[in-house]
Design a protein around this ligand. Structure first.
Ligand SMILES: Nc1nc2c(ncn2[C@@H]2O[C@H](COP(=O)(O)OP(=O)(O)OP(=O)(O)O)[C@@H](O)[C@H]2O)c(=O)[nH]1
Ligand SMILES: [Mg+2]
Length: 203
């Protein structure tokens, strides 16, 4: 295994209140706050992990889902390696808005190869089964039709599928990278020294 860690930027998008911050906090700090505040602008946290023998530093960017913060979040889309489109299974409107989130991301991120860009879809709050408004098959069908696979049903509250979802995002990036010839993998962190990156980023 190499001593260098690959830096990957993933970005969480979705309506306000679907649980983006809660998912990030569950994954990075293993905590859940039932009284969390709406995010203003963007925040990020890092977590180191190993996926299929590769050391990865996952930089998770958590954005504000509320419309009034649009101009604060969109400048941070550039340089993302994967986009996690998030809705809450007890909120059908947040599911119906997934297409708008995808469009917003594509418009502002300026990705080089839109056809191959990796998305992962998260249907959060599955612990609220009795209040569910979006079915598993319906969500899977949307993902298939919109080339946004894989799909994970998560709960930040119960820690259901949270690790699996973030690790899957890493695997999607690595798989996409394998297809386009390892250009992205030139961005690395030397764990014993300084960060080296050949990618440009506005952030
Ligand atoms: N039951 C349940 N509640 C959750 C879950 N995830 C988040 N919540 C709650 O939903 C509310 C909103 O969660 P946030 O994580 O702040 O939502 P957000 O998507 O970051 O919202 P914005 O920052 O406004 O975009 C909070 O009260 C959380 O405690 C979950 O998996 N299950
Ligand atoms: Mg938030």
């Amino acid at each position: 295994m190499s001593g260098k860690s690959l830096l990957l930027k993933v970005i969480l998008l979705g309506d306000g209140g679907v649980g983006k911050s809660s998912l990030m906090n569950r994954y990075v700090t293993d905590r859940f706050d039932s009284q969390s505040f709406h995010t203003i602008g963007v925040e990020f946290l890092n977590r180191d992990l190993e996926v299929d023998g590769r050391l990865v530093t996952l930089q998770i960017w958590d954005t504000a889902g509320q419309e009034r913060f649009k101009s604060l979040r969109t400048p941070f889309y550039r340089g993302a390696d994967c986009c996690l489109l998030t809705f809450a299974v007890d909120d059908v409107q947040s599911f119906q808005n997934l297409g708008c989130w995808k469009k917003e991301f594509m418009y502002y991120s300026d990705v080089k190869d839109p056809g191959r860009f990796p998305f992962v879809v998260l249907g959060n709050k599955v612990d609220k089964e009795e209040e569910r408004q979006v079915g598993l098959e319906e969500a899977r069908a949307w993902c298939e039709e919109n080339s946004c696979c894989p799909y994970f049903e998560t709960s930040a509250k119960d820690d259901t599928n949270v690790t699996a979802a973030f690790e899957s995002a890493v695997r999607e990036v690595l798989a996409a990278e394998d297809q386009i010839g390892h250009t992205l993998l030139s961005s690395t962190i030397d764990l014993h020294g300084n960060r080296k990156s050949t990618r440009s980023s506005c952030c």
